[in-house]
Design a protein around this ligand. Structure first.
Ligand SMILES: C[S@@+](CC[C@H](N)C(=O)[O-])C[C@H]1O[C@@H](n2cnc3c(N)ncnc32)[C@H](O)[C@@H]1O
Length: 180
């Protein structure tokens, strides 16, 4: 019953031309805190040596140092040591995602390297306003990610976006594949 309602809503949204991101598995609730697969974080951490996870809870934090909703990373500096360290950011995937992308761009202008895991929605305003002009890399992930806690693979493609201090876009494009 629930599934048929979701599918009907999905068809209606498709017919209306709305953004179609409804999945019975991934978007059945308002939950937006889908945790990064560990293999992907480890792959990037080896390269960037992340010092802080700016969007986390104690249960899903990927770094020893992290910020939570209560501390509000959007109102803080992402390189608290001013040392040019790298911040990891897998933001909440709600409408507020644009604020996180804007903040990442601002923090990289202020000296932090910021690496984000984002849905590859390349037509959105936040891609055109902040990623195309300012990000230095986009690494498209081959296949759909299976987020920690998700029953199946995500219904959208994902991309890693890298902002580095002193660098601008357009981003260099490459791909990432899960190691066998
Ligand atoms: C997609 S999850 C990321 C989980 C994990 N840190 C990872 O990298 O996979 C987003 C997290 O951001 C947290 N969050 C939401 N608003 C926040 C805020 N204003 N400041 C810091 N964290 C926030 C949520 O509680 C959630 O745990």
């Amino acid at each position: 019953m629930v599934l048929s309602c979701i599918l009907r809503e999905r068809r209606l949204r498709w017919e209306r031309g709305d953004e179609v991101v409804v999945s019975p598995t991934l978007f059945a609730s308002d939950k937006h805190d889908w945790e990064t697969p560990q293999w992907l974080f480890d792959l990037l951490d080896e390269e960037f040596d992340f010092q802080i996870d700016v969007c986390a809870t104690p249960e899903n934090a990927k770094c020893r140092m992290f910020w939570m909703k209560e501390q509000d990373a959007l109102s803080r500096t992402w390189d608290p040591w001013g040392a040019g360290f790298a911040a990891w950011c897998n933001p909440p995937y709600g409408r507020e995602i644009k604020h996180w992308v804007k903040k990442a761009q601002e923090e990289s202008a202020a000296g932090a390297t910021v690496v984000m895991l984002l849905p590859a929605r390349t037509d959105t305003a936040y891609y055109h306003d902040y990623i195309w002009p300012y990000a230095c890399e986009m690494r498209f992930i081959r296949g759909r990610l299976k987020f920690v806690g998700g029953a199946s693979a995500a219904p959208f493609p994902s991309v890693i976006v890298v902002f580095r201090p002193g660098r601008t876009g357009p981003p260099r494009v490459s791909t990432i594949e899960r190691p066998q």
